[in-house]
Write a protein that binds this ligand. Structure first.
Ligand code: AMP
Length: 282
């Protein structure tokens, strides 16, 4: 595995693969890696000739007052984990990604304004800007993202289509701890007591899923159930929504393929989770 620190070197590597008609797979991350991140590389392995992971804690996607400064960083550990799982790891310096005078941003309107976008102003603009920049440098054939950040995936898919990047996106299932908690770099912030309360997000989704299975179709009622479960089990719910998987708009009564999405604070840590369900058509 080769560690690449500059955009110029990454671009040269990418050119080498493109010239030979070889397929590069790409998994962008912010580091503090876990099995969820490694699963993206596993999914790419089946389709690509070589794999690139990037590690960049992107300041543009953190809102004022969020955890940019204290976001967990452990490059040595990340490199050890990646060693057998990818061919290149791109770890650009901030001045490489955003050199003096960098003045472009990429924004997907509509899809970025719902769910997490309502609460984290400018977050998705930061995400699409960095992913567009990374796509331009790495120029992969495939790029893998996790279902855990479903809204992010849908937004990046739209950007990729709208800007004709010609990159095939792969959405990989959420990897969970044994007890069902979605793996996340931010789980590191949780005390053992908070770790137990963090399960309330999963519990809320599974409770709603069960209600749907026995015939509940009213999104409003299901949302109330999810909020109640999270709040009763020690989280501070931020939202619980049921939306169409493509346009992320509320679906009520629920029908077709829907996304159940929740966000909640456990102590100071903001967590998200979701579940995709295929319901009966109206
Ligand atoms: P992050 O480092 O949190 O920005 O995440 C980098 C990529 O890993 C994104 O595509 C995430 O959706 C994905 N990811 C994070 N956690 C998980 C998980 N538990 N399962 C699958 N993918 C994940």
């Amino acid at each position: 595995m080769k560690v690449v620190r500059t955009c110029a070197e990454m671009i040269e590597i990418s050119k080498f693969y493109i010239k030979q008609n070889l397929r590069l797979g790409f998994a962008p991350t912010m580091g503090c890696l876990h099995d969820g991140h490694l699963s993206l590389l596993e999914h790419l392995n089946r389709r690509c000739d070589a794999r690139v992971a990037s590690i960049f804690v992107n300041p543009k996607q953190f809102c004022p007052g969020e955890d940019f400064e204290r976001y967990p960083r452990d490059e040595e550990r990340d490199l050890k984990l990646l060693k057998k799982n990818c061919d290149y790891v791109f770890i650009p310096y901030e001045k490489e990604m955003y050199p003096k005078g960098f003045s472009t941003s990429v924004e997907v309107s509509g899809l970025s304004d719902t769910l997490c976008g309502k609460k984290r102003m400018g977050h998705f603009k930061g995400v699409t800007t960095v992913v567009a920049r990374l796509f331009g440098i790495v120029r992969p054939t495939f790029a893998a993202f996790g279902q855990k950040d479903y809204q992010q995936f849908v937004i990046i898919k739209k950007m990729t289509q709208d800007l004709s990047f010609g990159i095939q996106l792969i959405m990989c299932p959420t990897v969970r701890e044994k007890d069902g908690l979605a793996m996340s770099s931010r789980n590191m912030y949780l005390s053992s007591e908070e770790r137990a309360r963090a399960l309330s997000l999963r519990k809320a989704l599974l409770t709603a899923k069960k209600e749907i299975e026995i015939g509940q179709t009213k999104a409003e009622n299901l949302k109330k159930t999810m909020l109640k479960v999270m709040n009763n089990l020690g989280a501070k719910a931020e939202y619980a929504e049921i939306v169409d998987t493509e346009n992320l708009q509320t679906v009520d009564p629920i029908h077709g393929e829907v996304l159940l999405a929740v966000a909640a604070y456990v102590g100071k840590t903001r967590l998200i989770d979701n579940e995709i369900l295929r319901c009966k058509e109206l």
